[in-house]
Design a protein around this ligand. Sequence first.
Ligand code: SAH
Length: 291
Amino acid sequence: MHANNPFDSNYKFSVLVNAVPELGAYIIPGKFARKSIDFSDPKAVYLLNKALLKWRFNVNWTLKDGHLCPAVPGRFDYLLHANDLLSKIEGRRARMLDIGTGASLIYPLLGTAAFNWECVGTEVDKESISYAKGLIRMNASMLGTKIRRQEFKSNILTGIVEKKEQFDLLVCNPPFYKNKSEALAANARKNKNLHGADETHHNFGGSANELWYKGGEEAFLKKLALESAEFGAQIQWFTCLVSKKDHIRTFKRFIRKGNPTDLKVIEMTHGNKSSQFVAWTFQNHDNESVK
Ligand code: SAH
């Protein structure tokens, strides 16, 4: 966990219930006389994350029906580490581009609330875009957030980044399944593990659609790596989460084709989980270290 991450797992449930009273009905006794929630209950997990956003950032947030709930502590950890890459910016807001912002708009919401970034989110899914626009309207401080539709699912930056436009940071939590049936099967497995029964959430179908990219995570990473070089003068730091460690080598190989001036893997741990993102740039900074 990043030192500045306020979300350790010892949640202060009384404060959180104050922020979102609906959470109160889902509080159960936990270990060591503490309070907890049932982490296998999607509604309880959603309300917990909603309360974290409200309590810490005063962000109003709802989750589109049937969508997997982003875990706010981990999402925020990624942004904290990515923020560490940025050099000091004075006299203007940093500009962040979130590839595949989803219906939840989670990175622009956190980026604006925590770092005052001016955010642009991209998305291919029309319904997610209209949902995310609703979230912008629910939060006055987010009114500067823009969402751009990527019309061609196989493209990532092409058609999105405008001529001469500059961004300080790109973030991305990529779609990782190879096709819709793989996404559905993985979700069914997840539910089985959580519930000990083969219960599936009937309305997951819509969101499963978004969790895949032709060729899976590997193909997406390759495309992003190759496109990034074309926009290297316009985007200062590129970052992208990688869910499978095995994909990092190939990803780095494709990034190197564009001759980055810096390229690194940043490891993150939250509780007993670890995750990583790759960060690279084609511009000149202090402490260059191409690995
Ligand atoms: N950022 C959100 C959602 C990540 S899921 C979160 O972290 O929870 C990946 C998202 O990428 C999906 O919403 C999917 O629709 C979108 N996506 C897939 N291909 C894309 C592309 N080529 N350009 C932009 N978004 C894309």
